[in-house]
Design a protein around this ligand. Structure first.
Ligand code: HEC
Ligand code: HEC
Length: 487
């Protein structure tokens, strides 16, 4: 026997092209909420709602143009991730502090739903916590960022989880070795071929994290935000729903967390259920991974092949790792290390195998040992691309433009950008104000200065080859294989 919610989910999914997502349980005339029904996490857990429909429901939420009957708007709340009240006299929409869009899809739509966006879809990160708002887009009041695509984000989150587990196990081992031996023990923080400095365990059971590099001192990898400050798609989704739309998730803003079911005082109670956020998360986490679009033209193809070799030879691949091996590609939701205010009860986890249907293709294939190879061209580590002092009279400061510290991470540090979609995710750079791949490469200073200078020293055909190679890395049409040949 199907629950009523389930019947409504299925009914609406079968009648309507998405979006809008309207539950036609009983015909409603006139204005209605765009999201006519809500999912229970338990219905996803016990299989009442099929996996395929969970993803479709999540997509509908991602594309829904929320209205005030859904609870759109947050008159009494800021866009801060930490529930924060404000004086309810600000404009309903504001490009800087938000709410700044009608749907997630409004910014995440290239080349299709779940992708990145144009310069015009930029976000003024941290302006949302400054409500009452500022009308300035100056770098003193926000960090302007270009929107990223979430293709393959389930694989990225899982890599972050496995690397976190490895690093924390090394910490535990440094502590126990320090205690047993009676003197400090320093161990390198290596996971999946990436080094995050080292950690020292002291005989008294304390740790010295001063030599930890590229990750926070708690050793939790945060693979999301170009800054690397968010650990899961779910955490990001709860933040974004509030920031951009004033749609508040019960797990963060509900009665259990804030003492009221209408924290933003817009008259709509319990706007997004646990199940809604689970579905929106799973839609993003199961999105197809990017792949390769190989040119049919022989000259371009030869250039791309040469470019791939050169990319490795001049050291670009040291940060933009062509492959990281993920031991277990089964995406379980939620993540146990989600911070407070983000659902994290793993005893209620639902599992989606990212190598199987209904996760859309292209999806990874398992290696003989059950692992998968993730070709995202990142090390999920933060790096400093700013030159402190001029080199050959040339100081590169492009990537040091920000002034506001986010999540405690120094302004000059950035997560190595995933390049697996760089061929069709223009514009480039965290602000999205670079129009060519070459410009983005030339702006690399600091830790990447040597590699950038080696690029500059290449012949023009060799530079062209690297660009041609990067152009092959693309989000592919849904349903295709990992490699397509096209003009
Ligand atoms: C106004 C444009 C805009 C809207 C609307 C928007 N986003 Fe984003 N999104 C961005 C930008 C810009 C970034 C990159 C932020 C950064 O790097 O600091 C981003 C990043 C993300 C990321 C992290 C991707 C990564 O690889 O790091 C996730 C997940 C995400 N958004 C989910 C959502 C969801 C879910 C919604 C709707 C609830 C949403 N976004 C609405 C612009 C937007
Ligand atoms: C020390 C690590 C490191 C090295 C080495 C490195 N990169 Fe990067 N790369 C980054 C980081 C970090 C970013 C993100 C910068 C930002 O936007 O804030 C980035 C961004 C990029 C981008 C922009 C992508 C986009 O979508 O905006 C391109 C293209 C790129 N790198 C190519 C290269 C090439 C080619 C090389 C070799 C010449 C190289 N990188 C070497 C760390 C590195």
């Amino acid at each position: 026997m199907l629950s009523r919610t389930h019947q409504r989910v299925i009914a609406s999914l079968s009648v309507a092209a998405l979006p809008p997502f309207v539950a036609p349980a009983r015909a409603q005339v006139g204005e209605t909420p765009v999201v006519g029904t809500h999912l229970l996490h338990s219905e996803i857990l016990d299989g009442t709602v099929r996996k395929k429909d969970v993803i479709r429901f999540g997509r509908a939420l991602f594309e829904a143009k929320f209205n005030r009957l859904d609870g759109q708007g947050r008159p009494a709340a800021t866009g801060n991730g930490v529930p924060t009240l404000r004086t309810p006299d600000e404009p309903a929409f504001l490009r800087t502090s938000g709410p700044d869009a009608n749907s997630c899809f409004a910014c995440h739509n290239e080349p299709r739903s779940g992708g990145g966006g144009d310069f015009v879809a930029n976000v003024f990160v941290l302006a949302q916590v400054l409500d009452p708002v500022t009308f300035s887009i100056a770098p003193s009041s926000s960090n302007e960022r270009n929107s990223l695509g979430m293709f393959g984000s389930g694989l990225i989150e899982l890599l972050g989880r496995e690397m976190t587990a490895d690093l924390q196990a090394i910490r535990a081992s440094a502590i126990s070795q320090g205690q047993t031996g009676g003197s400090p023990v320093t161990l390198p923080l290596d996971t999946k071929g990436v080094n995050f400095g080292s950690i020292t365990g002291n005989p008294d059971g304390s740790v010295d994290t001063s030599a930890v590099v590229g990750v926070s001192a708690d050793l939790i990898l945060r693979p999301f935000h170009q800054k690397g400050v968010v650990r899961s798609v779910r955490e990001f989704t709860v933040n974004a729903m509030n920031h951009h739309h004033g749609m508040q998730a019960v797990e963060r803003f509900g009665i259990g967390q804030t003492g009221t079911a209408d924290f933003d005082q817009d008259g709509v109670l319990d706007e997004l259920t646990l199940g809604d956020i689970t579905a929106a998360t799973l839609f993003q986490a199961t999105l197809a991974m990017p792949g390769r679009r190989i040119p049919r033209d022989a000259e371009r193809r030869a250039a791309a092949e040469l470019g791939e070799v050169l990319f490795d030879q001049i050291g670009c691949a040291d940060c933009h790792k062509p492959a990281l091996v993920l031991d277990d590609p089964v995406f379980t939701e939620p993540y146990g290390l989600n911070p407070g205010g983000t659902f994290n009860d793993v005893s209620q986890a639902v599992a989606f195998d990212l190598t199987k249907s209904p996760c859309p293709k292209p999806r990874p294939e398992r290696n003989a040992d059950g692992s998968v190879t993730v070709r995202a061209f990142t090390d999920l580590k933060r790096h400093d691309l700013c030159d402190a002092a001029p080199i050959n009279n040339e100081q590169i400061t492009y990537f040091c433009n920000e002034q506001l510290v986010q999540g405690g991470v120094p302004t000059g540090l950035w997560l190595t950008r995933k390049l697996w979609d760089v061929g069709n995710s223009a514009p480039y750079g965290h602000r999205g104000d670079l129009t060519t791949i070459t410009d983005a490469i030339l702006m690399h200073g600091g830790e990447a200065r040597d590699e950038r200078d080696l690029f500059v020293a290449l012949s023009q055909p060799e530079k062209d080859a690297i660009v041609e190679f990067l152009k092959t890395l693309q989000v592919l049409p849904e349903g295709s294989g990992e490699i397509v040949r096209a003009d």
